[in-house]
Each structure stands twice: as structure tokens, then as C-alpha cells.
Design a protein around this ligand. Structure first.
Ligand code: ATP
Length: 406
């Protein structure tokens, strides 16, 4: 993800959900440090969520992941109060959803929140376009306007031409596109997606994931996506929260979760992931130090290389823009022959964007005699990848500590 500063869209403070009629009894046992199982046994109450503190940022895809029963759906459904929390705050743009009256809640649900369900939840006796327009109908938007909006949204999800079809004439993937279109039709700020692709065949599912990423590039919504599937979480999430027993064990980018698991549970959860698919150039690069200013002389370059024990150095211009590479032999010659750095600059050495997956870099790094420069869209040098650091990063992330994993 780009390093731009994003503001929180949803802030969750100290959120608890106890299922059952005696939540207080359960809460006080929780405070005493009792486990979910003990509390169920003693009080008959089920701990759905405990002590959830989270910030979900504007424009991110935030994935909630965990095994069955870990509390993912409960957390998601608390966000639009399909499940009323027992205590705590859920601030959407500063407004506490947990304490809204019914009318205000309805208003926020209509305008700011869209939800996509695993089982599609389409109205069987309405056509595709009517299903998509349904949310707008509830908002009392005139018929012609809502049908027009529904058609546009259907086009966005690739379903033009199916407006008049009935849900049972569609495949699973198409049904879920309708579900997505219905959620998007009212242009909500936040999309809540509960195992939205889990009922689909693997190939259709992968296609829907790609489309969601494309749509997100265009729409820039805040998306909260629940899944029990690690691959899906790693593919979709800008950040991921891993849940267990109603708690959040770790929140981080896919790379953070993979390379710095918070505990043995997370390490075990992510063991076996193909790191080259998930790690990016940015995650394995070294800081671009030292570099040499393009207008300085070969002796400066030589001194820097000697001090750092390196045999080549990137030359940069204003704003750290990449100019090219200087190698030690050329610099030695240039110093003797009084040549400038510009005259011995090697250009066209391999470069990579920060978000390039490591999988796409391994070949280049293995075969190039030069380091790979990681540059941003403005050609600024952000980092350097050499064979050793790449292999090192893969080795570390692939093999969590003995102690941690026991
Ligand atoms: N309506 C309910 N009444 C009682 N307990 C519930 C209720 N809904 C959920 N729970 C319990 O709360 C805990 C969290 O459930 P939740 O459905 O949020 O988990 P999940 O991670 O979404 O699992 P799954 O992937 O199986 O849906 C579980 O122990 C579950 O049994």
C-alpha cells in the first residue's frame, strides 16, 4: 500500500459481545481472566467478542480473518448493528453506531453502509435490476432514477444485458455480482462483505477477487471483508486482523503478518504460505544508502564505496531521482582520466516498482550482475535489492523461530 496518510473511517473501542441473557456475569468473569470455555460452562453465556480495539482506515480493504467461531461475522455484524454489541463504541466518521436510535441507525445503514452476504440473499421473485434497485426503493428514490442507477451499477460489475433475468437463471458468480451491485447502488462509503466469495468455485472466486480489486481501484471505498481463507485475506487485504476466541490477535499488512507473526498461533496459521507470492520489492529492499550525487566526482564515489565495502553505487539527482549506477572499476579509471560521473554512468540496470511481487523479481535478481533499484512512479530511488538480501528475507520469513512455533 502507498505510504500516504489515511484517516480512520471506523474506530472501534473496547467492543464486547456476549450472547445470552446474563452478559454481566460473563463480563465480570472475563475481567477475572476466565476463558471463553469456562464462561460458557459456568454461565451458559457465549463470548462473541472481547476487548476489540481497531481503526479501519478510509479507502482500505480491511480483512477480518480467523477460523470458524473466532468471531469474524459477529464483529462485522456489529458494525452495522445487525448484532447489537453488549458494550463498547463503534465510531463511523465520529458517530457512535452502538448508541444510535433506530431511525438514525436506518439512515446510516442506507447512506453509508452496504453489505454483501455469502448466500447472496437476493429476492427470488424480482428481476436482477429490481434486486439492485431495491435498496434505493427503500430510500424512496423515484422509480426511473433508481432503475437507471441500478443499470449503471450492473454495468460496473459486468452484468449489462442481464437486467431482466431472474436470480435463479444466474450462476453463483453472477448472483454475487448482483449482490455486490445491490450493495454499491446507493454508493455507500463502507462495504461490509461476509465470506462474500466463499460459496463460489475456486476459479470464479479468484475472478471475483480480481474484480473486487479493480472495482476498489476505481471506487476507493472502505471495505471490511470477512474470510476464513488465508490466501484470500493475503490477496485482498491492505491490512488483516487475525481473530481467535473473539479477540484480535494481530493486525497488520500481509507482509507484517507473514514476516513478524505476533505469536505461535499466527505463525502456525501462516506456515506454508508461498512467500514469493506475497512479499513485495518494498518488503525485501534495503535502504538506498549510500548513494552518490551525480554532480560530484569519481573520487567521492570511490570513497563512499570503500567506506561501505561495496563495488557499485547508485547515482542520484535532485529529489533522489535515479540517474544510473557507478561501478568501482569505472570510477577508478575515471578518477585517473579526470572524467565525470555522468561519463561512466551505467543506465538501464534493472528497476522495480515498490509493489512488484518478489516472485516476479527472483529471475532478475538471480541473473543480473547489478543490484535492482526500487523506484517509485516519479523515478525516486526508494531502495535497493541485492541477491543476498532477497534470499535472506525469504529465509527469515519462511522459517519462524523454533521457540515461537512451539
Ligand atoms: N446468535 C448467537 N447466539 C449464541 N452464540 C452465538 C450466536 N452467534 C454467534 N455465536 C457464537 O459466537 C462465537 C463467534 O461466532 P461467529 O459466527 O462470529 O464466528 P465466525 O468466526 O464468523 O465463524 P464462522 O466462520 O463459522 O461463521 C461463536 O462461539 C458462536 O458460536
Amino acid at each position: 500500500m502507498d505510504q500516504e496518510i489515511q484517516k480512520p473511517k471506523l474506530v472501534i473501542n473496547s467492543l464486547y459481545k456476549i450472547f445470552g441473557k446474563r452478559p454481566k456475569a460473563a463480563l465480570s468473569l472475563l475481567e477475572m481472566g476466565r476463558s471463553k470455555e469456562e464462561i460458557l460452562e459456568k454461565t451458559g453465556q457465549t463470548v462473541g467478542l472481547q476487548a476489540i480495539d481497531l481503526e479501519i482506515l478510509e479507502g482500505e480493504i480491511f480483512v477480518i480473518m480467523g477460523l470458524s467461531g473466532s468471531g469474524k461475522s459477529t464483529l462485522l455484524r456489529c458494525l452495522n448493528r445487525l448484532i447489537p454489541p453488549t458494550s463498547g463504541k463503534i465510531l463511523l466518521d465520529g458517530i457512535d453506531i452502538a448508541s444510535l436510535d433506530e431511525a438514525a441507525l436506518r439512515e446510516i445503514r442506507r447512506k453509508k453502509l452496504g453489505m454483501v452476504f455469502q448466500n447472496f440473499a437476493l429476492l427470488p421473485h424480482r428481476s436482477v435490476v429490481e434486486n439492485v434497485a431495491f435498496g434505493l426503493e427503500v430510500q424512496e428514490i423515484p422509480e426511473s432514477e433508481r432503475l437507471e442507477k441500478a443499470r449503471q451499477t450492473l454495468e460496473m460489475v459486468g452484468l449489462s444485458g442481464y437486467e431482466e433475468s431472474m436470480p435463479d437463471q444466474l450462476s453463483g458468480g453472477m448472483k454475487q455480482r448482483v449482490g455486490l451491485a445491490r450493495a454499491l447502488a446507493s454508493d455507500p462509503d463502507i462495504l461490509l462483505m461476509d465470506e462474500a466469495f466463499s460459496a463460489l468455485d475456486p476459479i470464479i472466486r479468484a475472478g471475483m477477487q480480481d474484480e473486487l480489486l479493480d472495482l476498489q481501484n476505481a471506487l476507493n471505498k472502505t471495505i471490511v471483508f470477512v474470510t476464513h481463507d488465508l490466501d484470500e485475506a493475503l490477496k485482498l487485504g491492505n491490512r488483516i486482523a487475525l481473530m481467535k476466541d473473539g479477540r484480535i490477535i494481530q493486525v497488520g499488512t500481509p507482509e507484517e503478518i507473514l514476516t513478524a507473526p505476533a505469536d505461535a498461533y499466527v505463525a502456525q496459521f501462516v506456515a506454508g504460505v508461498d512467500m514469493t507470492r506475497v512479499l513485495t520489492a518494498e518488503g525485501v529492499m534495503k535502504p538506498p544508502e549510500p548513494t552518490v550525487w551525480i554532480e560530484s566526482g569519481p573520487r567521492v564515489a570511490l570513497k563512499l564505496m570503500e567506506e561501505h565495502g561495496i563495488s557499485s553505487i547508485f547515482a542520484v539527482g535532485k529529489g533522489k531521482t535515479l540517474k544510473g549506477l557507478i561501478v568501482v572499476e569505472d570510477a577508478v579509471k575515471a578518477a585517473k582520466e579526470k572524467k565525470s560521473l555522468a561519463e561512466i554512468l551505467i543506465t538501464g540496470t534493472p528497476v522495480a516498482a515498490p509493489d512488484t511481487p518478489v516472485r516476479d523479481l527472483i529471475g532478475t535478481v538471480a541473473t543480473s550482475q547489478y543490484p535492482v533499484a526500487v523506484v517509485d512512479a516519479c523515478n525516486r530511488l526508494r531502495g535497493v535489492i541485492i541477491r543476498g538480501s532477497l534470499l535472506g528475507a525469504l529465509a527469515i520469513s519462511g522459517a519462524p523461530d523454533e521457540e515461537e512455533s512451539t
